[in-house]
Write a protein of this length. Structure first.
Length: 281
């Protein structure tokens, strides 16, 4: 084991366990102390020594160097919706984020990949269920289709006469979270006129000065009139919005090229109002 990876592995229990695991997808990579921390999401595990089956989402992580990240040890190490036999070590409880329990966080370090395309009836049944479409027809929200990769229902609907992508962030295993998210979404839509006005005004107050700075930096724009807050608020157009079962939402507005195509991101909640605006993407 590379010395540069020692800090990564010290967060995990020393004992290795062999498991059969169903991979959902590769989640991403995070730079940490000289190496990249890769992670994939799993949909279930079977422990080889005991036969114990754990059918819930988990996180599998492993470190790679900059040279390895785009190769067979990095992004290409796992294929989505495949079953593997691997060796893992459990994340120590003290390293689990405070907002989660160790059981819920369910995080492991990958020590070795032993075999790909493994036969496992329990996990094959999980995959069959996972791939079944989940669709809800709602009179207000339209046709909601569950995107399992991102744990959200998606629909397209009218927002102040424009089509937008509307997403409900849910726990796929908890139908009560589906219901709460639908209730929150309907409240936001019912009050869309005032929310839209408030989001535009909030973004204008926070970002008009920045928009003018960007305009000044553009060559050939010296004679262009400064953008006013009123103009800024009118120029941005809502593209998509997501909302959680707790009523927190994130909206993305088209910037009308004021930030060279970056989106205007606005975050808030039904209870507390709008809290944040910046450029994203």
């Amino acid at each position: 084991m590379s010395n540069m990876f020692e800090k990564f592995y010290e967060r995990y229990a020393p004992d290795e366990q062999e498991v059969i695991v169903l991979i959902q997808h590769t989640l991403g990579a995070r730079y940490d102390n000289g190496f990249w921390d890769m992670s994939v999401i799993s949909l279930g595990m079977v422990f080889s020594a005991t036969g114990e089956t754990n059918i819930r989402k988990g996180r599998l992580e492993w470190p790679v160097t900059k040279k390895e990240i785009n190769g067979a040890k990095g992004w290409k190490r796992f294929e989505r919706e495949q079953i593997y036999r691997i060796k893992v070590r459990k994340l120590l409880d003290e390293y689990v984020p405070k907002e989660a329990s160790p059981e819920k966080f369910n995080s492991w370090a990958i020590i070795e990949v032993l075999e790909q395309s493994v036969a496992c009836p329990e996990l094959e049944a999980v995959l069959v269920e996972y791939k079944k479409p989940v669709i809800i027809e709602d009179k207000v929200l339209g046709t909601l289709i569950l995107n399992r990769e991102f744990d959200m229902f998606e629909t397209t609907l009218l927002w102040n006469s424009n089509d937008i992508l509307f997403m409900l962030e849910v726990n796929p295993e908890s139908k009560s979270s589906w219901s709460r998210a639908r209730t929150a979404a309907k409240k936001l839509i019912a009050e869309q006129k005032i929310w839209d006005e408030n989001m535009r005004e909030f973004a204008a107050k926070k970002l008009t000065v920045l928009a003018n700075d960007w305009q000044t930096e553009d060559e050939g724009s010296k004679d262009t009139k400064p953008i006013t807050e009123d103009e800024f608020a009118k120029r941005i157009t809502l593209l998509e919005i997501s909302i959680t079962s707790g009523g927190s939402f994130t909206a993305y507005y088209n910037d009308d090229d004021m930030f060279r195509g970056h989106a205007v991101e606005i975050i808030g909640s039904l209870k507390k109002g709008i809290a944040y605006a910046n450029i994203a993407g």
